[in-house]
Design a protein around this ligand. Structure first.
Ligand code: NDP
Length: 618
């Protein structure tokens, strides 16, 4: 047995030492700056009487239709596979392949897995093993270390287990580097490292019905047997590249934002970035500070809302810990704010419990029908978007650049972004927006990007082109009863789950933060928290009833899936746009990236846990 695996003398179980993270001195940075200039962090008021009328609707529709079919991506395979290399860790720690048993095997070592481990440990489940592709914990925060990275849900509600850790983040929107360090602290404190196989990618998960075990095979030659498998591997983790002719001929340096190559010096270089999603919006202002020239190739502009970053105050450090469960309560208050923008701005007085109303509730003379509610929401969204567009005019000096930076889609269609330095970056002489709408960049040559007959020579090209939705092999190669894979099932029948946590025919498989999985709106951590509690409940229930397996009935799954589709159809007018949230307009209702039922998920979960009718225990 190698150094990487040893036996715990107390329990007789295997403990691991496979963490391969490098010292992080070259890969440290900060997120949002504190901006003092009030003009840069205010939204102008909406024009009086602004409503989403037929004329505006037609304009939005035109904007969408022009882009229709333009989204075209490739996987990082073949010559692009090198962009997937783990640049943050040393080589994998050598170890022998494992072919042993464990009770619970969790795929992933990000927030979901860390939280789950804490809850499992507290509930007395200790025969738990984790497999993680990267060299350290953190998941999203392990891979994404680009300059400017920070969370967009306020960090006091976003970071898990703050009370248990006795920790308060240093900024309202903590940088990704601080979050990664926090993940490492959690892992050390809770003994996670001993249980995790790093640099281990699960390639196949096959149910052996006779043995009532999952056989989990990895790229390290392992064939482990587990009673339960939990997917905590995230749904937006596999990087993707735009399909662009000639991209392989480019002679400069190139990389994807989720594998930021800090060995490539950007100081004084001609840099290009393709994409203007949430990632690029954080990257652009930071690298603009050092590069010689920056060309931002945009297909669809993001909505750039106010960030208003601030440091945690001395008073907050001193007083918050006095409230029992302060962070859990804060997270609950944040979850009460259902409108995305209000929540993401996070009113401090409301969240800290100083005030109980975060905004004056609008009173209607009678209860609105669902259609009227959507109409009202569209109008509110339109006014916010008018303010977002007004901000572009107020900040960006060049009229042509300003026009191109204005988004015309319902608020939330392209993931809302927040920044107080992004728009003003385009006022710098060396920063240029290249509007590639509606097709996007289509040609790259040895020297750089070519668009509209103009060549943009570059030393470094950065792909900020996002991630494949559920692209990981862990989702694709799960073979349940009868040898059918989860992918085959969902491709044939559409996404089908119960509560987003189980899929019928896949006993003892539990899914965290997967499709159709509700429980916490937009705050991933709250969803993960709810799912961790649910998983502990499911495992305890199996134990308490002397059963070996838990599955769900077809009827329960059909009914839940139908519910997800209805929720999607109801809110469809709010998503009359193209984004990865709706499979670029192609996702079937019920198969969207996110669950739209809000509190209804909890109602269904509670009803199921009380009646037990959706479950098959054997
Ligand atoms: P996205 O998928 O959101 O953005 C990809 C970008 O690439 C889009 O702007 C897309 O344009 C553009 N693009 C694709 N092909 C081309 C082309 N050929 N030419 C020009 N542009 C092109 O990826 P991100 O990495 O920005 O974000 C992914 C998700 O990660 C976010 O939605 C968010 O959920 C999360 N995230 C969260 C952060 C946080 O919480 N702080 C920070 C960053 C990311 P188009 O819109 O036209 O398709």
């Amino acid at each position: 047995m190698s150094q990487a695996v040893r036996i715990d003398s107390e329990t007789g179980r295997k403990l691991f030492a496979t963490r391969a993270a490098k010292a992080t001195d070259r890969i440290a940075g900060k997120g949002y700056s504190i901006v003092e200039d009030a003009a840069l962090k205010t939204l102008p008021p909406p024009p009086p009487g602004a409503v989403f009328d037929a004329e505006e609707q037609a304009r939005y529709r035109k904007f969408k239709e022009a882009r229709s079919g333009a989204a075209d991506y490739i996987r990082l395979e073949g010559e692009f596979a090198r962009y997937l290399e783990d640049v943050y860790s040393d080589a994998p720690v050598p170890r022998d392949a494992l072919d042993d048993d464990c009770e619970i095997l969790v795929i992933g070592a990000g927030f979901g897995a860390l939280l789950l481990w804490y809850r499992l440990m507290k509930a007395g489940f200790t025969d738990v093993r984790f497999c993680e592709k990267g060299g350290d914990v953190g998941g999203t925060w392990y891979w994404n270390r680009y300059p400017g990275i920070a969370c967009d849900v306020e960090s006091y509600s976003y970071l898990p287990l703050l009370e248990e850790m006795g920790h308060i983040p240093s900024m309202k929107f903590a940088s990704g580097f601080e979050i990664l360090e926090y993940c490492q602290l959690m892992a050390e404190r809770f003994g996670f490292y001993d249980r995790c196989l790093f640099h281990t990618t699960v390639e196949e998960t096959v149910w052996d019905d006779k043995a009532r075990r999952w056989i989990v095979k990895t790229d390290r030659g392992d064939a482990m047997r587990a009673c339960f498998v939990v997917l905590a591997n995230g749904i937006l983790t596999t990087p993707r590249l735009a399909r662009i002719e000639g991209m392989e001929t480019f002679r400069g340096e190139a990389f994807h934002t989720s594998r930021w190559n800090y060995n490539i010096e950007l100081q004084g270089k001609r840099v290009g970035i393709i994409g203007t999603g949430a990632t690029a919006v954080q990257v652009v202002p930071e690298i603009a500070k050092v590069v010689k020239s920056l060309h931002v190739f945009q297909r669809t502009p993001s909505s750039i809302d106010v960030r208003d970053q601030r440091a945690t105050t001395e008073e907050e450090y001193a007083t918050w810990p006095h409230e029992k469960d302060w962070a859990v309560k804060r997270r609950e208050r944040l979850a009460l704010i259902s409108a995305g923008r209000t929540a993401l701005q996070g009113n401090d007085d409301f969240l800290s419990g100083k005030i109980v109303e975060y905004k004056r509730a609008k009173k209607h003379e009678r209860e609105l029908s669902p259609e009227e509610m959507i109409r009202a929401q569209l109008n509110t969204n339109f006014r916010i978007m008018e303010q977002i567009r007004g901000r572009v005019d107020a900040v960006v000096k060049d009229a042509k650049t300003a026009a191109a930076l204005k988004p015309y889609y319902p608020y939330g269609c392209k993931r809302p972004t927040f920044h107080d330095e992004y728009l003003s970056a385009f006022n710098l002489d060396h920063v240029h927006l290249v509007d590639t709408a509606p097709t996007g960049v289509k040609l790259i040559n040895q020297r750089g990007v070519v668009h509209g007959g103009v060549e943009y020579p570059l030393d470094v090209l950065i792909y900020a082109t996002g991630f494949e939705w559920m692209g990981t092999g862990s989702f694709n190669m799960i073979r349940g009863l009868g040898g059918r894979t989860l992918k085959e099932k969902w491709e044939a029948e559409g996404t089908k789950t119960f509560l987003g946590m189980h899929s019928a025919g896949f006993p003892n498989l539990l899914i965290m933060n997967g499709p159709q999985g509700g429980g916490g709106q937009f705050n991933f951590t709250r969803v993960a928290e709810m799912h961790a509690h649910y998983i502990v409940w499911a495992l305890e229930t199996v134990r308490a009833r002397g059963a070996a397996t838990i599955d769900v009935t077809q009827e329960a799954e059909e009914e839940y899936t139908q519910h997800c589709a209805e929720m999607d159809l109801l809110s469809a007018p709010l998503r009359d746009c193209l984004s990865y949230y709706n499979g670029d307009g192609k996702a079937k209702p019920g198969s969207l990236a996110y669950y739209g039922g809000g509190k209804r998920w909890h109602d269904r979960r509670e009803a199921a846990q009380t009646s037990m009718t959706p479950y098959r225990l054997a």
